[in-house]
Design a protein around this ligand. Sequence first.
Ligand code: T5A
Length: 211
Amino acid sequence: MSGKLIVFEGVEGCGKTTQMQVCCQWLKSLGISVVVTREPGGTELGLHLRRLLLEKSEDKPVADVTELLLYAADRAQHVEQELKPNLAAGKYILCDRYTDSTIAYQGYGRGLNMSLIEQLNYIATAGLTSDLTIWLDVDVEVGLSRKQGDKIGLDRIEQETIAFHRRVQQGYNQLAAAHPSRIMRVDGSLSKETVHNVIKEILGDRLPIWS
Ligand code: T5A
């Protein structure tokens, strides 16, 4: 595979979507062929799974293990249908969330067994890891207040308790400490323009090595 997989991660409202859009434009301006995708929902099947995962159901809560398996199913389809072919075609993929989200949300957030999650991540990805993960680090309260400001209503996971979101944040801290060369922390509380400039610097260091 000759392309690159660049993943954006972080808590709710950390600014991934915003940064991926400007990063995509910037990479294209350099003549790089870019694909933007996301999990869950990067395939047609995944869009159905995304709806099942994120819609709020008052009377029939989704069991934690069911949630884990649905994210894994979404990922398995995404890797086969989108990631592998685009990497093989030499594309740069900007992906909104990947395996670290499952470790942070289902592992740290839900408290599910970490070794089970790692096995499922491996099965779903066949070992495909990101070349670079940009972790946009913002306080949970800042991210959630941005989402509330969007006025489109919070989804099932965004409506979780502050304690849940703090555990997710803790998960990202631990992941970044464990994988310092793969996961780059960026202060997501800075202005959109400043965050973009920091990401450009990080990618600017990698591009000559990758090309
Ligand atoms: N999930 C996902 C799991 O539990 N396990 C998994 O394995 C996976 C893959 C996905 C949900 O699924 C969970 C995690 C999530 O809960 P989603 O809708 O894709 O759902 O939710 P998010 O990934 O959180 O994406 P969001 O769209 O909610 O947030 P973003 O993309 O991080 O933030 P963005 O760019 O949309 O910005 C939010 C608001 O903040 C403003 C923007 O203008 C926007 O209004 N903003 C800033 N404001 C000030 N300063 C900045 N620097 C700003 N950057 C953005």
